[in-house]
Design a protein around this ligand. Structure first.
Ligand SMILES: Cc1cc2nc3c(=O)[nH]c(=O)nc-3n(C[C@H](O)[C@H](O)[C@H](O)COP(=O)(O)O)c2cc1C
Length: 190
């Protein structure tokens, strides 16, 4: 069952969030698909806060929480984002999820760092929370890291990993979305 809450301001109703009742995680995960067309409806701060909070409770290596997140929602910010990726899809909201090279955990014996993994888990939490709230998203890796660093004035220690573009969906899943390998192809038991 879908729940819609509307808040009326002086101009038009604003959808705050939409929530499916009694949805278990697998149902929620199946509901997610990459959305590349968005309605021109702004996303409320309440929704942004909930999505950020879902990222906040993500696990990170050694609980170092090296993530840094830039919320891009002003017209100016969204214009700047267009200089950094062609995969902006005119979304009304984007999160640039980065990690701090000085904060992430490093494995002592080979120096492998956890930054990409930590940022990806944070982003995944955020993406799933967005899905629960009826907000569509796409994970964007096709961006120019140096452009992000320059345009958003990131210091050298901050590494962008993923841009999540988000908004109210104006598209159904493409048919390839349902192409999934059989478990038997890649799962083994020992
Ligand atoms: C690591 C990663 C990078 C991705 N980069 C892009 C991207 O740059 N542009 C884009 O349009 N979609 C991107 N996607 C979305 C994938 O194309 C999409 O998840 C995949 O085709 C499966 O479709 P679905 O999300 O609808 O299930 C990326 C997804 C992941 C997980």
């Amino acid at each position: 069952m879908l729940y819609c809450i509307y808040v009326y301001n002086s101009v038009k109703p604003l959808i705050l969030f939409r929530k499916d009742k009694n949805m278990d995680f697998l149902e929620l995960a199946k509901k997610r698909y990459s959305v590349r067309n968005f309605k021109k409806i702004p996303i409320s701060q309440m929704i942004i806060d909930k999505i950020l909070m879902a990222g906040n409770v993500a696990p990170t290596a050694h609980n170092n929480q090296p993530q840094k997140i830039i919320v891009v929602h002003s017209q100016k910010g969204l214009q700047i984002l267009k200089k950094c990726t062609e995969c902006h899809y005119d979304a009304p909201l984007a999160f640039i999820i980065c990690y701090d090279k000085n904060k992430c955990w490093k494995r002592s014996y080979d120096d492998k760092n956890s930054g990409d993994i930590d940022a990806s888990i944070v982003a995944t939490h955020m993406m799933m929370e967005a899905t629960e709230l009826g907000i569509g998203s796409t994970w964007i890796m096709y961006f120019i890291p140096d452009a992000i660093k320059v345009e958003f004035e990131l210091p050298d220690n901050i590494e962008p990993v993923v841009i999540l573009v988000m908004g109210y969906p104006d598209a159904q899943p493409v048919k390839e979305h349902l192409d999934r390998r059989d478990l038997g192809e890649y799962v083994s038991y020992r």
